[in-house]
Every structure is written in C-alpha cells, then in structure tokens.
Design a protein around this ligand. Structure first.
Ligand code: ATP
Length: 258
C-alpha cells in the first residue's frame, strides 16, 4: 500500500496534508500524534470512508482513489477497519457478529435471511477459537468485556479475508491490561498470517512495544517515520508540545526520564 501526496480537506480544515509513505506487505505500522493530527482521517481515507481531496493511493495493484462500484466495495472489504467502539451488534452473539464479516461477499438474499453457509460458520468458530473466545461464541456481545468485544471485532475483520487491517484507536476504550491483550492479538495475527497492519494509537508506549515502524503525524503532516528505537524523547516531546496533559497521557513514562 502506498500514499503519494495524499490530502483530505474538510472545508477549510486540512486534516491530512500531502502525506506520502509506503507500507510493505506484512509490516505492522503504528500511527501516533496528538488529538486532531489526522490519524483517524488518514485510516478512513485509505478505506475510502472519507473523500480524498488530492494525491494518490495505491493498493492491491490499483489506484484506490479511482475505484468505484464493486471494485470499491471489494477494496473496503480487503482493507478491514477496526474501531475504538468495536461497532458490533450488542444483542447478537459473538459467532453471529463474526459471521457478519462475510456478508460483504454473500448474495443479498442470504444476508436478508440470516443464513450463513456451513463453511463460513466453521471458519467463524475457528477464528473465535484462535482468539481464545470459543466458549463465548453463543454469548451476546453486550455481556462480554471490552477486551473480548474488541477481539470479536478483530475476528469479524478477519472474516472479510482482508489484505490489511486498519485499526483506529483499538485500545482507547480499554483498561491497560485489555489494551495489551488486544495489541498482542493484532501482533500475533500480523506475525502468523503476515497481515499488513496499520494501527492508530494514542499511547506511544504501546506503539513502541508492538510496531515494526512508527509514523508520527502533527497537523496532518508526517513528522517522523522510522523504527521505535529511532523515536527520540525530544521528538515525542515536540509532537505534543503545547499540551502537557496530552503528552502525559500519551507517553507518561517515556517523558518522565527525558
Ligand atoms: N467529518 C469531518 N468534518 C469536518 N472536520 C473533520 C471531520 N473529521 C475530522 N475533521 C477534522 O480533521 C482534523 C483531523 O481529525 P482526526 O479525527 O483525523 O484526528 P486524530 O488525529 O484522529 O484525532 P483524535 O486522536 O482526537 O481522534 C481535525 O481538525 C478534525 O476536527
């Protein structure tokens, strides 16, 4: 996947400002930056959930900026999104939520009747098992913990048979222990399946612990693109300059020793 001079504007606000980068297959990239830096807009632009105002985006051999109709639908399934608030159907059980990841490829009448092929049911069950949730398959997701719900959302994303996962602040609603479990799950999928993963994170510590590479955004522009080891305390401090409360939240221990 590659972005070349990618921009997203909302009226006079430039949320993503001529951003260029390429992500290799199987890479795990964390995108960090202060609130309003454009992290969410960038991931949504890759999935074409927000209109792209300028530049080019390439993925799976296509110019994604030009895709329409079925091809665009297909790209959206291949670039599977995971959200902070899970976006599950709370009253449905975990298995059914995972199965809805297949709706994208099923004929309309099947989604309408709620009938899923046996093969898909087996795949969904195997995914839940892989993510340590087989005993929760028939439990309504509203009764699961936040960490379990996010893992159901990850299983649903995998049911889309994606080429990449785009996770937008997947740990922001979770306590530190569950946040770590969710990041471990994303990392395990990245390693075992070679799944290309882009993950927006507020928490710089999690980004450093789990990503191969970190891209830092400030005011819609890339201000750092490198390995976690190369991300200096000075850069982290400048990233959050002017907002001590946010710096403290994003990188408490890292800045303490600066
Ligand atoms: N739909 C929209 N309409 C208008 N402005 C928007 C829209 N979405 C985002 N913006 C603006 O674009 C800029 C980037 O927002 P974005 O949500 O991408 O940042 P972020 O880095 O993800 O922030 P946060 O960490 O707070 O989620 C902000 O100025 C925001 O107000």
């Amino acid at each position: 996947m590659a972005a070349q001079g990618l921009s997203v504007r909302f009226g006079s606000v430039v949320a993503v400002d001529s951003v260029s980068f390429a992500v290799a297959r199987g890479e795990m990239v964390a995108i960090i930056g202060p609130s309003g830096a454009g992290k969410s807009t960038l991931l949504r632009a890759i999935n074409r959930l927000v209109p792209i105002s300028g530049g080019r985006l390439f993925g799976e051999g296509s110019d994604v900026t030009r895709l329409k109709g079925r091809a665009l639908h297909r790209w959206r399934a291949r670039a599977a999104m995971i959200f902070q608030q899970f976006n599950l159907s709370p009253r449905l059980d975990a298995l059914t939520n995972v199965l809805t990841g297949r709706l994208i490829d099923l004929p309309f009448w099947r989604s309408w009747t709620g009938f899923f092929p046996h093969r898909d049911q087996l795949d969904a069950m195997l995914l839940l098992d892989e993510l340590g949730l087989s005993e929760k398959a028939f439990v309504r997701v509203e009764r699961l913990s936040g960490g379990q719900q996010q893992r159901v959302a990850i299983a649903r994303a995998l049911m889309q048979r994606p080429a990449m996962i785009l996770a937008d602040e997947p740990t922001a609603s979770l306590d530190p222990r569950n946040a770590t479990v969710v990041m471990q799950t994303l990392r395990a999928i990245n390693r075992t399946r070679g799944m290309t993963t882009l993950v927006n994170l507020h928490d710089v510590g999690l980004a450093r612990a789990f990503a191969d590479r970190i891209i830092a955004l400030r005011a819609g522009r890339i201000v750092f693109d490198g390995t976690p080891a190369d991300l200096s305390k000075t850069l982290i401090a400048s990233l959050y300059a002017g907002d001590e409360a946010e710096a403290e939240e994003a990188a408490p221990r890292l800045l303490e020793t600066a």
